[in-house]
Design a protein around this ligand. Structure first.
Ligand code: ADP
Length: 471
């Protein structure tokens, strides 16, 4: 079986969040299970693309409205990532350093998809599945099904995975002329509320769609920025498959980015030594429980609740806990969180920015990982935390609900709360502080977490079963 994954991100070439992690790992595990996995992403002017060898395997031009865009397909020559990585380069659109936030992002991703389809038409043998990830690649299922130019591709099954349904890629009908000619009777497929909505178009026209956790699939039917009726209508096509983690990258036993490697057998010492280094780096006291937050500082992650919660914890807990934040995002939240440093010098610190290596040191060195998410399609942070013996403190939503069991349950290992408020975060942290005081319980919980298997093996097989059902 040959599967082509299409994505805006792929670790280590380009990662902004969970999408990059998933597309950098799932294809590798599928390849190990005997599926030929091809990943196609835009070319980014980044370290991985500059430092590795690529050969041009295809060159052509593609029309986007009145623009004639020359493009190249580059293949990484050694397949060092464990799958076949291909990059599409288009001067001025797909050769820049950032993944998102250019004013012409719509044109950027339409051009990417059109160039991909142009190349796919020339394949000597078509793949068995085209697997699209998120809205940046979501016009592909529609175009494969309904564009005259791509009619030969219409028999290839398409799968869409929704990593984040809040972003749908809307653009106005004034840009409709960017797309190749399609059957006029199918144009309604593109429309949602008077705009072209790529995510909606893909849900309507793909053969199957998945979400990155079962609970998130249910939540999209209740709340998905206007697409609720669509998810209800198409529910038979959908399934939820929880993401896995790449244990070649995320494994405290082998991780080269942490001060001391450890396993379940020496978890107490391992955590202690990593915590010692982290406390030294950020000026914390070793004996206090250390809580960390890693992620985008946006409302989706509940980051707007953090300033009030941190104030309450650090003033009320009378120095019983330390808190470390790694993230960037909404400037107002960044500013509020940065200011707290002035008041709570000893027990609070923040690094505003993106630092992959620091995130590894935090997963290894923190005692608790805080995730008060409003929305969490899957969440990878809690899965990394579990692997590193770091207790997740989570709001029970989406993938957090599917992967974290509260300590009060028989096989529980985390701290869960339901209400979205600063008070609930404070209360959950209070429970964690109590739990931390009981060292034998702590050891047991860490071992229990580290025994869990959230590796990709299980989820990669679920995707393969889904592909097989489409043959
Ligand atoms: P998202 O909604 O952002 O995709 P996920 O939990 O699915 O959330 O994935 C987040 C990924 O990004 C994790 O690998 C996490 O460690 C990483 N990450 C997020 N913010 C940062 C940061 N500031 N520095 C380093 N890694 C980060």
């Amino acid at each position: 079986m040959v599967v082509v994954h299409l994505s805006a991100e792929c670790f280590p070439l380009a990662k902004v969040g969970g999408l990059g992690d998933v597309v950098g790992a799932l294809p590798k595990y599928q390849q190990e299970l005997g599926v030929t996995s091809i990943v196609v992403t835009p070319y980014y002017d980044r370290k991985f693309a500059r430092d590795n060898e690529f050969e041009v395997i295809f060159e052509s031009n593609v029309r986007m409205g009145d623009r004639d865009l020359p493009f190249q397909v580059l293949k990484e020559t050694t397949d060092k990532l464990g799958f076949h990585l291909h990059l599409i380069r288009i001067p001025g659109l797909l050769d820049r350093s950032e993944v998102y936030s250019y004013p012409d992002e719509t044109e950027q991703f339409i051009a990417f998809q059109l160039a991909f389809l142009e190349w796919l038409l020339r394949f000597s043998e078509y793949p068995d599945i085209v697997h699209c990830h998120d809205h940046h690649t979501a016009l592909v299922p529609y175009l494969m099904a309904h564009a005259f130019k791509y009619r030969f591709l219409s028999t290839i099954p398409t799968v869409l995975t929704i990593h984040n349904g809040q972003y749908q890629g809307w653009f106005g009908w004034d840009k409709f002329h960017y797309l190749p000619e399609t059957d006029p009777l199918t144009r309604g497929v593109l429309d949602w509320g008077g705009a072209i909505n790529p995510l909606a178009a893909a849900v309507k026209s793909c053969w199957k769609f998945t979400t990155v956790s079962p609970t998130y699939l249910e939540e999209l039917k209740q709340s998905s920025k206007g697409l609720e009726p669509l998810f209800l209508q198409e529910e038979k096509k959908g399934s939820g498959i929880l993401n896995g983690i790449d244990t070649d990258v995320w494994n405290p036993g082998t991780d080269p980015l942490i001060p001391l490697n450890y396993s379940m057998d020496n978890v107490t010492k391992g955590k202690q030594e990593n915590k010692r280094a982290l406390c030294k780096e950020f000026g914390f006291t070793l004996s206090k429980p250390l809580f960390a937050f890693i992620g985008r500082l946006v409302g989706e992650k509940g980051a707007d609740l953090l300033p009030a919660a941190i104030e309450k914890i650090l003033s009320a807990a009378k120095g019983k806990a330390s808190i470390l934040i790694l993230g960037s995002g909404d400037p107002a939240i960044e500013e509020q969180l940065a200011q707290l440093k002035e008041t709570y010098k000893k027990d609070y610190n923040i690094y505003i920015g993106y630092d992959e290596a620091l995130s590894h040191r935090i997963y290894a060195g923190a005692d608790f990982l805080l995730m008060p998410s409003r929305v969490e399609p899957c969440g990878l942070n809690q899965l990394y935390a579990l692997k590193y013996g770091t207790i997740p403190v989570v709001r029970s939503t989406g993938g957090l609900k599917d992967s974290v069991i509260d300590v009060t349950e028989p096989e529980g290992y985390g701290i869960c709360f339901d209400e979205l408020s600063a008070e609930s975060i404070v209360e959950a942290i209070g429970r964690a502080v109590d739990l931390y005081a009981n060292t034998s319980n702590l050891r047991l919980l860490r071992k229990r977490m580290m025994l869990l298997d959230f590796s990709w093996n299980r989820s990669a097989n679920q995707y393969i079963d889904l592909y097989n059902s489409l043959k």
